[in-house]
Design a protein around this ligand. Structure first.
Ligand SMILES: NC(=O)c1ccc[n+]([C@@H]2O[C@H](COP(=O)([O-])OP(=O)(O)OC[C@H]3O[C@@H](n4cnc5c(N)ncnc54)[C@H](OP(=O)(O)O)[C@@H]3O)[C@@H](O)[C@H]2O)c1
Length: 250
């Protein structure tokens, strides 16, 4: 990757596995000081063992107060990637239990708002022209069956992007969403429907395939970098054309 993040400091949430881990490694290799936040100590331990310059933060973003305390101790940052996200049990919208909705919103939506508030305040106070990237989903733009809580959380996250972009723009802080299509990370492969989803997405996607982790990491690096210095408040579907297609592939 041709990105140079020397001298930059970026916090990645959900950095223990999947997209977040690959992003933390790519940023580290591009010279960035990376704060890697995740909830499971063992995955962060292995990340730091492989990449000793990465600074681990063990926190569960669904715990508002604990996460806030930990982030308030950090130095001002140049970037934040709100990547931590979960899926709960799939169920029809009319039967979706309140616990399922509350659990998903607490991590995917409130967790991101909390981190953005703390990091953005420090950016403003220290006059950093920072960049915040929210990892949303194509499922925040188009409905996908039996996934009410997740889809609503990602649609809400896209509004977080627009709202923060509006209010932080005067400080030259940019806020954007990346909206990936399916990526075969543990989030998906741990689901019993995971492999079936890959077939469904392949059938609707003009490029006939799902995304690789590095194909999501690249656009995130772009949005964190000065190459996107006038891009703010935008959704960035990374979907092989999926959302532009209203038919099963011809
Ligand atoms: N994979 C896809 O198809 C896809 C598509 C569109 C959007 N996305 C979005 O991309 C982001 C990353 O997904 P992924 O596929 O890389 O997921 P993943 O493989 O499940 O990895 C997610 C990472 O986030 C951590 N995490 C989860 N909840 C957390 C919390 N409350 N606090 C702190 N860390 C937490 C997990 O920690 P543990 O190790 O403790 O579980 C894990 O390390 C998510 O926001 C997801 O919604 C994914």
């Amino acid at each position: 990757m041709p990105f140079d993040f020397n001298g930059k400091k970026v916090l990645v949430t959900g950095a223990g596995g999947g997209i977040g881990r690959a992003l933390a490694i790519a940023l580290n290799e591009a010279g960035c000081k990376v704060y890697a936040l995740s909830r499971t100590k063992s995955t962060l331990d292995s990340l730091v063992a492989e990449h000793p310059k990465i600074v681990p933060i063990i926190a569960d973003v669904s715990n508002w107060n604990d996460t806030r305390r930990k982030l308030e101790d950090l130095e001002p940052l140049d970037g934040l990637v709100n990547n931590a996200g979960i899926l709960e049990e799939m169920c029809p919208a009319i039967d979706c239990p309140k616990d399922n909705i509350v659990t998903v919103l607490n991590t995917n939506l409130l967790g991101a708002i909390n981190c953005a508030q703390v990091v953005a305040k420090k950016m403003i106070d220290s006059k950093v022209k920072g960049s915040i990237v929210n990892i949303s989903s194509v499922a925040g733009i188009g409905a996908f069956p039996t996934n009410l809580s997740y889809n609503v959380s990602k649609a809400g996250l896209d509004m977080v992007t627009k709202q923060f972009a509006l209010e932080l723009g005067p400080y030259q802080i940019r806020v954007n969403s990346v909206n990936p299509t399916l990526v075969m990370t543990p989030l998906v492969t741990n689901l019993k429907e995971g492999l079936a989803y890959e077939k469904v997405f392949n059938a609707r996607t003009p490029m006939s395939r799902v995304a690789k982790v590095e194909e999501i990491v690249g656009p995130i690096l772009y949005l964190l970098s000065d190459y996107s210095s006038m891009v703010s408040g935008q959704m960035h579907p990374v979907d092989g054309g999926l959302l532009s297609n209203i038919a099963v592939k011809v």
